[in-house]
Structure formats: C-alpha cells, structure tokens
Design a protein around this ligand. Structure first.
Ligand code: GRF
Length: 206
C-alpha cells in the first residue's frame, strides 16, 4: 500500500530518476506516493515507467500554450488538483519561471549531474570530464529562478578515473543520482530542516 505525502514528478525523457523514486517508494526507503507524472513530451520513455507502476500520467507539451505563463499555470493547476506536497524535476527540459516557482515555495527539487556550483547547464558530465576534474558527482537542490543555482539539499562525489570517457563517467554519476534523489526527497518531506541564507541545514536528526 502506498501512502504518505504526495509527489508530482516532471519529466521529458528517459525517466531513470523517476524509476529510482518509484523503486525507493516500493522498497520502503521513501514514504510518499507519486500522485502524477507529467511529461513535456509525448515520447518520453518515463511515461511507460510510470504507467507500469500504475501511476497517472499527463503529457503537457509547452508548444500547446501561447506563453510560458499559460503553460506553467496548467502545470500548477494539475499538481494542485492532486494535492502535491513536493515537485521533483527529473530530466524535465523546460526552464520554470515565477508562475510555477511561486506556487510551490521551497517544494521543488531538481537533480543535476555535477557537483554544483561547478558545471551548471547541459552536458555537465562531459563538462567535468573535459575540464579534467578528479572528482565528479551529483547534486539535488531546491529550485529557484537561478539555473541549477538553488540551495543544495544533498551531494555525492565519485572519483574520475584516468580511463573514464564522458560516457562511463556519466553512467557512474547516474548510479549515484539514483541513490541521492530518493534520499533528498525523503529528507525534504521529513521536515526538520531550514534554509539559512542559501544553506539547507538540518534542525533535527532524522
Ligand atoms: C539526469 O542526468 C539528471 O541529472 C538530469 O537529466 C538527466 C535525466 O535522466 N537533470 P533521467 O530522465 O532521469 O533518466
């Protein structure tokens, strides 16, 4: 039986992080329920993952809306109708503006495949590899108006090996993404934290 606070997951593609959230809930590591998965693309593989898990799906392409605001209003309406307490962006390829951000203050998470603030934006794993960093990793952060710039909830690092390619590095980073995203969602939903400046600080031990 699924129960607990309700999550809305926004995707645009593969959906492996969505799968990690589904698996963590099924495995009892995340006490929550995914109320809806919304995709900006009809061909997103993540939609099949959601359907397999019996989760309601919606496809809302931004191109169907005259403005970003109208698109975001629709997203907000659907999420609110399902009483979502937390929104998880999981490979969602649209930038979100004030209409969306103001609707869910400190309740939107994103996962990014680098140790932020290093390498924001696209192709972060390749950026790290090309730069020649010796550690790489993944970050879960609260979403603000700054691209990949909100307060950090959780990070995990891995070593970059000499024989790594951008692809092998991205694959190992993806493994830790799948660990830390459910952990971060559990932490945020569990409460007992506060934001100090831009630092997410625990006020009690979980
Ligand atoms: C992940 O690497 C995530 O960090 C980034 O987009 C990718 C999405 O992958 N934001 P998936 O759709 O979750 O498999």
């Amino acid at each position: 039986m699924r129960s607990g606070p309700r999550i809305g997951v926004l995707i645009s593609g593969r959906g492996s992080n969505l799968q990690a959230l589904i698996d963590a809930i099924a495995g009892g590591r995340l006490r929550a329920e995914i109320a809806v998965v919304i995709s900006s693309r009809a061909d997103a593989q993540g939609l099949e993952r959601a359907a397999r898990a019996g989760i309601e799906t919606l496809t809302i392409p931004h191109r169907d809306y005259p403005t970003r605001e109208a698109f975001e209003q629709r997203l907000v309406r659907e999420l609110r109708a399902r009483q979502v307490a937390l929104v998880c962006l999981a490979g969602f390829m649209r930038l979100l503006g004030r209409t969306f951000l103001d609707a869910f203050p400190n309740a939107i998470l994103n996962i990014h495949p680098s140790l932020l603030p290093a390498f924001p934006g696209v192709d972060a794993q390749r950026q790290a590899w090309e730069y020649g960093t010796k550690v790489a990793g993944a970050t879960v952060h609260l979403v603000t108006g700054d691209l990949d710039g909100g307060p950090i909830v959780l990070q995990r690092a891995i070593a970059v090996e000499d024989d790594d390619t951008p692809e092998t590095l991205a694959a190992r980073i993806l493994e830790i993404e799948h660990e830390i995203y459910p952990e971060a969602a559990a932490l945020v939903l569990g409460g007992g934290w506060t934001i100090d400046g831009r630092r997410v600080r625990r006020t009690r031990t979980h």
